[in-house]
Design a binder for this molecule. Structure first.
Ligand code: GTP
Ligand code: SPV
Ligand code: MN
Length: 595
């Protein structure tokens, strides 16, 4: 760390909020940085940080012609994904964290973290990053302050959240902000702890430099602390994308969808409908997180608390996600993708053929003969939402958008049909609560194992999952006109191991059926799992490969598979039995009876 360089920039506090000043002073006394930099979020500041990061080898500037304002970053190879085993919810009572979270008492964890962070920023700069989760002026918006010694984190937070003076203005002299401390330490898995203290509205993350562990506004604040606050305050913090469907007559319908990590949220949120959908447009509100609350009109309203996308790179191309290819042409930070000799980037599933030579995500020379992936399967782009050509203008609306549907969906090679509709809210909560999905590279550990991932929130629910289900049932009472609830699965495979459904833009056809149901335009067949589409109501124009037989295969419900499925629901229910709402047992019995 070049100390002189940082001294060049002012380090005067840019707020007079006494709670902030006292807390930063306390944390600085603990971490003992050589400098404190109070971020203002300005473009000049961003430029200076970029220069500094390039000079220190933290970032590589990409080809200025082809990728203006873009940078390349490699994280430590031991640090490329969220680490669920090192993520803790530290509540005074273990039962408040519940059986699906790792728990250590706050007293013990604070003590352990104090040891790790004492003097941890010696000779380094502590950056004070004030940020907003949510649009300025929204009653739903929350303020966070992250203290970090990583310039990569600062630059990423500037993309992912509304960072700088705007946050101080929103906070005023209030004490109501989430306190976050992040120290890289020596980036060693043994000293990696992502800790949440919901009763103190605070987060301490050490030993990692990877997005989900260190961009504290995202999963740590917006979901783990957020879900806790939401339960207490009567709203919902969910791992959901938000999109608007515009019909040719200009009418817009908004929907939310919860898919687990790496199961298609960003792609669905940015989808481009097939050519035959003349006049139809999909607008992105958010690609990962939704904060939802009942509106005065009795509907459920949602905001996207974020300001950028931290998206999966592999598989992103002009066919799967053309809007994303536009999005990442400028102002983007690429992490752990492959770097080509001309200063551009590549990943598996890119439009361009594999380069004859490049550097892989670890910086090693790579050729197509290497036999390994050039980009890490969890490599990502970090890009400001303003650059999304289909960014919904409503994204800055303080009230958010009213929801017509909520979709749950996992990654399932078998068992789960392409789409079906819940009979009612309770049944929908059951569908979300019992959702299963194959694990992905978004978290360290085995990939491809089916596990229960209720509402796609297993790694993100900041309190007892049984009580979280209770909250879902309770919310119904304050939503007289609730969204309808659906279940989808883009990932069902045929006997040949190939996906049965083309996915991506063609998911518009499923969305169309869903909206038809919400707006009372089409009927459906009553089946054991829920309302299922009739063949004649499904628009499959220009999709000759989806004939009647394939459609039936996609929608098939195999009783043997479902008996096994219900047994795995039971495993989750048994773990949560203490606080499991009776409504879920009731829904289970109904399903068994229908089968
Ligand atoms: P997180 O950022 O981890 O929360 O992921 P996400 O839910 O936003 O997933 P994303 O849209 O980034 O997609 C993850 C992977 O699934 C990518 O490799 C996509 O190419 C692939 N994918 C997305 N949508 C579809 C689809 O409709 N069909 C198929 N077969 N693959 C898809
Ligand atoms: C996810 O894993 O769900 C992500 C990426 O969106 S991360 O921010 O790392 O959590
Ligand atoms: Mn996610």
């Amino acid at each position: 760390m070049n100390v002189e360089e940082s001294t060049l920039r002012g380090s005067q506090p840019n707020t007079d909020n006494s709670h902030v000043l006292a807390w930063v002073e306390e944390q600085a006394r603990l971490c003992q940085p050589a400098h404190i930099h109070w971020c203002d979020g300005s473009v000049a500041e961003k430029r200076a940080f970029e220069e500094e990061a390039v000079a220190k080898g933290i970032l590589i500037r990409l080809n200025a012609e082809k990728f203006p304002g873009c940078f390349y970053h490699r994280s430590n190879p031991n640090d490329v994904a969220r680490v669920e085993q090192s993520t803790f919810i530290c509540t005074r009572n273990e039962d408040d964290a519940g059986p699906t979270n790792n728990w250590v008492s706050p007293k013990l964890m604070y003590a352990r973290l104090r040891e790790l962070t004492e003097g941890a920023m010696r000779g380094r700069t502590l950056y004070v990053v004030p940020y907003l989760m949510g649009p300025a002026g929204s009653p739903m918006t929350k303020v966070g302050v992250e203290l970090t010694d990583s310039i990569y984190v600062v630059l990423s937070m500037r993309i992912m959240a509304r960072m700088g003076k705007v946050a101080w203005d929103h906070l005023g002299d209030s004490d109501d902000f989430s306190r976050g401390l992040h120290c890289l330490l020596d980036v060693h898995p043994d000293r990696r702890f992502i800790c949440h203290f919901p009763q103190d509205n605070s987060i301490i993350s050490v030993g990692s430099g990877y997005g989900g562990n260190v961009l504290l506004g995202k999963k740590c604040l917006a979901l783990r602390l957020g879900s806790w606050l939401a339960r207490d305050e009567g709203w919902m913090a969910e791992h959901m994308l938000l999109l608007g469907v515009e019909a040719p007559d200009g009418r817009k319908s908004f929907i939310a969808a919860a898919f687990p990590s790496q199961c298609g949220k960003t792609n669905f949120a940015m989808m481009v409908p097939p050519a035959r959908y003349v006049g139809w447009r999909i607008w992105t509100v958010g690609d990962d997180i939704a904060w939802m609350r009942p509106g005065p009109d009795g509907r459920l309203w949602a905001i996207n608390p974020e300001a950028g996308y931290f998206g999966v790179a592999p598989g992103t191309n002009g066919r799967t996600n053309p809007n994303a290819m536009q999005l990442i042409k400028r102002d983007t930070i690429f992490t752990n993708v492959a770097l080509k000799p001309d200063g551009t980037v590549w990943w598996e599933g890119h439009d361009d053929p594999a380069p004859s030579e490049c550097l892989d995500w670890q910086g090693r020379p790579w050729t197509p003969a290497s036999g390994e992936k050039a980009a890490h399967p969890n490599s990502r782009f970090t890009a400001p939402m303003e650059n999304n050509p289909m960014l919904a203008p409503e994204v800055t609306d303080p009230q958010g958008v009213p929801l017509e549907a909520i979709i749950f969906g996992g990654r399932r090679a078998t068992t789960v049909p392409l789409v079906f509709e819940a009979f009612n809210w309770s049944h929908g909560v059951f569908l979300g609560a019992t959702m299963g999905s194959e694990t992905t590279a978004a978290a360290t550990g085995q990939v491809g194992q089916v596990r229960r991932d209720p509402m796609a929130m297993l790694p993100f629910c900041g309190y007892n999952m049984g009580r979280y289900f209770r909250h879902w049932f309770d919310m119904r009472k304050s939503i007289p006109f609730p969204p309808r609830i659906f279940n989808v699965n883009w990932f069902r495979q045929g006997a040949d191991g190939k996906f049965l459904w083309p996915g991506f833009g063609d998911n518009m056809r499923v969305l169309q059926w869903i909206l038809g149901r919400c707006q009372g335009r089409i009927g459906a067949n009553e089946a054991a799992l829920g309302w299922v589409p009739r063949w004649e109501d499904f628009d499959l124009t220009d999709l000759p490969e989806i004939d009647r037989a394939r459609f039936d295969e996609l929608q098939a419900m195999n009783p043997d598979e479902w008996r096994r499925e219900i047994l795995s629901h039971d495993e989750l229910f048994m773990r949560l039995y203490q606080h499991l709402p009776k409504e879920l047992i009731f829904q289970r019995e109904l399903l068994v009876a229908r089968l």
